[in-house]
Design a protein around this ligand. Structure first.
Ligand code: MET
Ligand SMILES: [Zn+2]
Ligand SMILES: [Zn+2]
Length: 418
C-alpha cells in the first residue's frame, strides 16, 4: 500500500493520485483533478487550456504541437467523472487507490477510465524523453459528465469553435477491458434511450377483480417488453450475435402504489403506475421501427398507456449515416492503428461494437473517425462494478502501447486531408 506522504515519482504513483480524486456522480469534484492534470502536463512542457462551456464543468485540453500544422490533428479523449461506488461493498475504499502485494490497484475509475488519462500523459513523457517530435499535433481532452450522458461535456466540446479550430482528423476514446490476451477495439457504440411508460386505469377496492386497472395495464406492457427482451437475448444465447449487436431493454425502476406511513395502502388498487427502461440500440437500428413498437405494443393508448422516450445523444451523423467508423481500406487510420498495435507486440481482437455508450458518439456524429480503445488485456471487466481494479503491470504495458500508437499516428502523413 502507499505511504501517506506519497511522492509522485512513478507512473503508478501518479495514477494513484489521480484515482484518489472523488469524481463520482452525483457530486463529482472536477476542480482538483483538473489542476493536478494541468500541472502534470505543464511539467512535461505541454500547452494546457481549460474550457468551461457550463459553469463548474471544465474540459481540460492539453496540446503537444506537431511539426506540420497543415495536417489534421489527433485527439485522445477521456472523461474525468465516474459512476458512484458503494464503499461498504468494496474490499478497499473506492477512492484509496490501494496497491495490493499482487499489484492490483483498487479504485472506482481504475478501468473506467482514469487509466487511459494517465497513460496518454506517461506515453508522451516517454516519447519526449527520447526526443520524439510528432508531425501531427496531438491533443488530449479530459471531459466532464460522460457517465450522465455527456450533454454538458463532450457534446458541448465537439460543437464549440475551440474544437473546430483543432482540426481533428482522428480520435481515440475509451474502450473496455479484454479478458483475453488480445486488445479490443470498438468502431461503434450502442445508442442509449431512456423509456418511461405510464399506465392509467380504473381505481378500486383491493379485493375486486376488474379489467383495465393501471397495474394490470402496466404489467401487460412489462410482459410484452420482456418477451421482446427474450427474443433479443435468445439470439445472443444461441451465439448468433454479440450482446452489442442486438437491442437491449432492461427495467431500471418501477413506481406505483398509494403511500402510507407504514409503506403502501394495501387494499386500494392505484390509478397510476410507471416503469422505466434502459434501451440500447445498435448503430444500424431503424429508430422509427422501435418507436412504432413502443407506441403500438409497449405503451398503446388503447391500454391507457402514455410514454416518454429520452434519446441520450445522436443516432446518425451529420449526413444521416449510422454512427460507425469504417474498419476497411476506406479509413487509412485503421491500418495505421493496426500496425501500431503490431509494432507494440500486441494482438488485436476483431473490431467490435461497444455494448454500452461513450463520448465517441459525439465525435462520430461530426464524421470524425473514432475508435474506442483501452489497453487492458487479461483483465476482468469491472467497469461500474464493485472492487474495480487494474493490475500495475497491465497499466504500465498500456503506456508502451500508447507510445507506439502516438508514434505511428502522429507520423502518418498520407492522410493529409482526413
Ligand atoms: C447514457 S450515456 C452513457 C453513459 C455510460 N457510459 C453508459 O454507457 O451507461
Ligand atoms: Zn467510461
Ligand atoms: Zn462508465
Amino acid at each position: 500500500t502507499s505511504p501517506p506522504q506519497q511522492d509522485l515519482e512513478t507512473p503508478i504513483a501518479r495514477f494513484q493520485k489521480y484515482l484518489r480524486f472523488n469524481t463520482a456522480h452525483p457530486n463529482p469534484n472536477y476542480t482538483a483533478p483538473v489542476s493536478f492534470l494541468t500541472s502534470l502536463a505543464q511539467s512535461l512542457g505541454l500547452k494546457t487550456r481549460t474550457l468551461e462551456f457550463v459553469p463548474n464543468k471544465p474540459t481540460l485540453l492539453i496540446t503537444w504541437q506537431g511539426s506540420n500544422p497543415s495536417l489534421s490533428s489527433l485527439l485522445f479523449n477521456s472523461h474525468l467523472d465516474s459512476v458512484p461506488a458503494e464503499p461498504s461493498k468494496w474490499t478497499h475504499p473506492p477512492f484509496s487507490a490501494t496497491l495490493t502485494p499482487e499489484g492490483k490497484i483498487f479504485a472506482r475509475g481504475a478501468q473506467d477510465d482514469k487509466c487511459i488519462a494517465i497513460q496518454y500523459l506517461e506515453a508522451i513523457r516517454n516519447l519526449k524523453a527520447r526526443n520524439f517530435v510528432p508531425t501531427r499535433t496531438i491533443h488530449i481532452s479530459f471531459v466532464p459528465d460522460e457517465e450522465i450522458g455527456g450533454i454538458d461535456g463532450a457534446d458541448k466540446f465537439v460543437k464549440s469553435n475551440e474544437f473546430k479550430d483543432l482540426d481533428v482528423g482522428f480520435v481515440l476514446d475509451e474502450g473496455q477491458a479484454s479478458v483475453k490476451d488480445e486488445f479490443r477495439v470498438f468502431y461503434a457504440d450502442r445508442s442509449p434511450w431512456n423509456l418511461i411508460i405510464k399506465a392509467r386505469g380504473v381505481p378500486g377496492h383491493g379485493s375486486r377483480m376488474y379489467d383495465n386497472g393501471a397495474m394490470e395495464n402496466l404489467m401487460n406492457s412489462i410482459e410484452i417488453i420482456n418477451r421482446f427482451r427474450d427474443s433479443q437475448f435468445d439470439v445472443v444465447k444461441a451465439g448468433k450475435a454479440a450482446n452489442s449487436e442486438v437491442i437491449s431493454v432492461n427495467p431500471v425502476f418501477l413506481k406505483a402504489g398509494i403511500p402510507s406511513p407504514t409503506g403502501f395502502v394495501m387494499n386500494m388498487q392505484p390509478s397510476e403506475a410507471e416503469a422505466g427502461f434502459d434501451l440500447r440500440l445498435p448503430p444500424t437500428t431503424d429508430p422509427e421501427l422501435v418507436k412504432k413498437r413502443i407506441a403500438e405494443e409497449w405503451a398503446p393508448a388503447v391500454r391507457n398507456m402514455t410514454y416518454e422516450i429520452i434519446e441520450k445523444g445522436p443516432l446518425r451523423d451529420y449526413m444521416g449515416r449510422p454512427l460507425m467508423t469504417a474498419i476497411d481500406d476506406s479509413n487509412p487510420w485503421w491500418s495505421v492503428f493496426k500496425q501500431a498495435i503490431a509494432a507494440a507486440g500486441g494482438k488485436l481482437a476483431k473490431p467490435e461494437i461497444l455494448s454500452s455508450t461513450t463520448d465517441a458518439r459525439f465525435m462520430r456524429q461530426l464524421g470524425i473517425p473514432t475508435f474506442g480503445f483501452s489497453p487492458m488485456t487479461n483483465t476482468p471487466i469491472l467497469l461500474h462494478d464493485h472492487n474495480e481494479f487494474l493490475k500495475d503491470t497491465i497499466f504500465l504495458r498500456g503506456i508502451e502501447v500508447y507510445e507506439h500508437i502516438i508514434r505511428a499516428l502522429s507520423s502518418f502523413e498520407e492522410a493529409g486531408s482526413v
